[in-house]
Design a protein around this ligand. Sequence first.
Ligand code: ADP
Ligand code: ASP
Ligand code: MG
Length: 410
Amino acid sequence: MSLIVQKYGGTSVGSTERIRRVAERVIATQRAGHRVAAVVSAMSGVTDTLLGMARELSPRPTERELDVLLATGEQTTIALLAMAINAAGARAVSFTGAQAGIVTDGTHTRARIANIDPAEMQARLDDGEIVIVAGFQGRTMAGQVTTLGRGGSDLTAIALAAALKADQCQIFTDVDGVYTCDPRIVPDARKLDELAYEEMLELASSGAKVMQSRSVEFANKFGVPFEVRSSFNDNPGTHVIAEHMSMENVVVRGLSVEKNQAKVTITAVPDRPGTAASVFNALSSAAVVVDVIVQNVAHVTGATDISFTLNKDDLDAARAALEPVAREIGAKGVEAKSGVAKLSVVGIGMRSHSGVAAKLFASLAAAGVNIQMISTSEIKVAVIIEEADITRAARAVHADFGLANGPLLA
Ligand code: ADP
Ligand code: ASP
Ligand code: MG
């Protein structure tokens, strides 16, 4: 009998009525002849509400207590879903992350899964029960509660599918699949039938929050194909799978948009070995994650500007870390600006086809959007622009690459 891991996100379990509908879908899957393990998120809004309460009581709550707090969101949902399934006449048993044998490292609020011992879940599945697992959480070897970073229920589902050697992994959410761009931003975005792990990873790590990027990294590393689909209908979703040959024919698979970014420029940095190292060491010691970096060519004065982008929430920490370093290395100053955003164009066909960057820049020029920074990888071209321009830019680029009508073929 095949084993299916299903994951239901926050909106899909957002009310008791919706939990009842998830229960029906899970039971229908079992009645169709499968064993089912379902991973669930906290009901929509619950994680944010809990975070808000924490901040009311403490400007910087300890990460250990944040994890104990946030894990309650998913714990509520597993119990409610198991009750709904039992009430409908099937048999379900709920597991917290710890009870499911999900062991992580000790990095509170963004722990990494180290190991999953699926023995107890396997025994319950063999016994004909439906297993319900709390997403987004685990425990350390020492028994501390940990969480896996925002959107982490996706990671629980993928890791569980690997540990249980599941035949299918289905990610149920509030859209029909992975689109050529977030349909909330580009209304005529098109649902993709399939895309490669690497493309999903680039999209997710540059703002497409439909999948947590770490979960896609895990799926790629351990070869866990998955399907993203809607919990509100029976439409086929998007299959995220290993790359195959014909995929290279599609030059641009999709776009992603990342808002809430900020840009920092250290001005007139003396042009000598070691200055960039000092700057980025200071940021890394302050645990600031840096994204796009640009260092300009030195002026005749022998000084250069270094600019980088980061999440705007990290701006104060970055500024505090950089001011002493700027003085030390003899730079002129530190300028910071929020209100920028990143637009990325992604497709594995870019490896073998040129012209994507030129077409992207032409499209932005025609839309009157100014480019502040540019970054590229093998399968991505990204630009930093004013956040106020991002929706207009995304719609223009989506249209100019013809993404609504079908993929741009080489
Ligand atoms: P869940 O609660 O089910 O985990 P999320 O809110 O995390 O759901 O992810 C689903 C949302 O991701 C969608 O509602 C959509 O707005 C957004 N999204 C961003 N980029 C994309 C994309 N390329 N395709 C589909 N959805 C996207
Ligand atoms: N509840 C967590 C969050 O909101 C995890 C998840 O939903 O995947 O980030
Ligand atoms: Mg999510």
